[in-house]
Design a protein around this ligand. Structure first.
Ligand SMILES: [Zn+2]
Length: 426
């Protein structure tokens, strides 16, 4: 038997479907060569004698996927939270991101980010860096060492930024992007590049045309922002008078999903019907960032509708529109805002359940990375151990109640183990 074959013993929870949890108490989760061999109530004959980590009844869940966050914003999270999106970008975010031209600063800030990501329940993430090539490569080096599997993008922005945070031309932005891709090609096991036009207001048509060529040449996935906030949407309409809706501003350049362009769009709070139809047709992933949408007064995304219509939906912490990398917290936030939406906006759209947000945080977003987010046989072995022994209770709790408590209390101190593709992180 291969040495990367082992078992975890505990209370194993994963999504059987978007609305149903699979729970096995005192079960065995077997990892064979980095891949799940399944969950068993008794260790099968062929696995007798493999190393087994007994968690003493801890919950064992699939690793969580963060579909949207900005690494350079981590160091100023939880400040400036009284602003709306565009003011927040101009007064706080852009000046702060300018600092990543300084590699010493970038190293100090990104080291803190990488360390906290390592300790979190996140095993996969799609991350924005800044427009700086050297800083982005440094972030990739640091994230590689964490063992997490991440997509990281050098940001493109050639208009509407401050002088300190704007590329000098579309040509310069495209050249830097190619330099970054060539310099990092083949350098990493865990980190891959993702093309990252910041959002339509930051990218000229000339730049988008060049990025589309790069996307095709290097077969890159794409991440950006979509229909987040009323001010932003009105601005896109002004900038792109030829488009019927925001998504077309990406789609006209061929960067809005489809089989050759896997795409994550963050937020999708105020998408018109045609935009939703196009996202569905192209398989665009929605990164639902509930806390950010609350902090920046953006609104509440119609996630129930996205789920009903069969769109791909995962969760994003959206650091630093969101204030924490905890996807446990993102699950709780998503339930809470869906209740407000149901109460205040549309009572025909029922709130999200624990099962549904758990699915979005695991398989929903994980599927962007392949067979990720489940313990069914054949899925990559991403697992997180949650120990709730420090949360005593006199009454008996079911595994689902224990999971819900850990989600709502979302305390990193309860995370006591993590594996990515079978590799032990801690
Ligand atoms: Zn964002």
């Amino acid at each position: 038997m291969n040495e990367t074959t082992f078992a975890l013993k505990g209370t194993i929870c994963f999504s059987e479907s978007p609305t149903k949890l699979s729970v096995t108490e005192n079960g065995y989760l077997v990892c064979e060569n980095g891949v799940s061999a399944g969950v068993f109530t008794e260790l099968p004959e062929k696995y007798q004698g493999i190393p087994c980590r007994d968690t003493n009844g801890c919950l064992i869940i699939p690793g969580l996927t963060d579909l949207h966050l900005h690494a350079p914003q981590y160091c100023f999270r939880a400040t400036g939270m009284d602003l709306e999106l565009l003011d927040w970008l101009n007064t706080i975010t852009f000046p702060q991101e300018s600092r990543y031209a300084d590699l010493e600063y970038a190293k100090a800030a990104y080291s803190i980010f990488a360390e906290d990501m390592k300790k979190s329940a996140t095993t996969r993430a799609s991350i924005f860096a800044t427009l700086h090539v050297a800083g982005t490569e440094l972030l990739m080096d640091l994230m590689e060492e964490t063992g997490l599997k991440t997509l990281i993008g050098k940001v493109n922005m050639d208009r509407n930024g401050p002088p300190t945070l704007q590329e000098e031309s579309a040509g310069a932005s495209a050249r830097d992007t190619v330099t970054w891709l060539e310099e990092t090609a083949g350098r990493y096991q865990n980190v891959k590049p993702i093309l990252t036009p910041r959002f339509t207001p930051s990218c000229t048509d000339e730049l988008m045309t060049k990025l589309a060529e790069i996307q095709q040449k290097y077969h890159l996935p794409v991440q950006s922002h979509l229909s987040e906030n009323f001010g932003e949407i009105a601005w896109v309409k002004e900038l792109c008078p030829n488009t019927r809706f925001y998504g077309e501003a990406y789609d006209q350049f061929g960067m809005f999903g489809g089989p050759d362009c896997p795409t994550i769009m963050a937020h999708c709070v105020h998408c018109p019907d045609e935009e939703i139809a196009l996202m569905k047709e192209r398989g665009v992933y929605v990164a639902h960032c509930s806390q950010s949408n609350t902090n920046l007064s953006s609104g509440i995304a119609p996630v129930r509708r996205y789920l009903d219509e069969g769109l791909h939906v995962g969760l994003g912490s959206d650091i630093a529109g969101g204030t924490t990398v905890s996807l446990l917290r993102a699950m709780a936030d998503s339930v809470q805002t869906s209740k407000l939406r149901w109460r205040l906006v549309d009572d025909s759209q029922k709130p999200l359940s624990l099962e549904e947000v758990f699915y979005m945080a695991t398989q929903g977003g994980g599927s962007f990375f392949g067979k990720v987010g489940s313990f069914d046989a054949g899925y990559e072995f991403d697992a997180v151990i949650l120990d709730d022994a420090n949360l005593p209770h006199p009454q008996p709790l079911t595994p689902k109640e224990r999971l819900e408590r850990l989600v709502y209390l979302s305390d990193d101190r309860n995370i006591t183990g993590k594996y990515v593709s079978g590799n032990k992180i801690f």
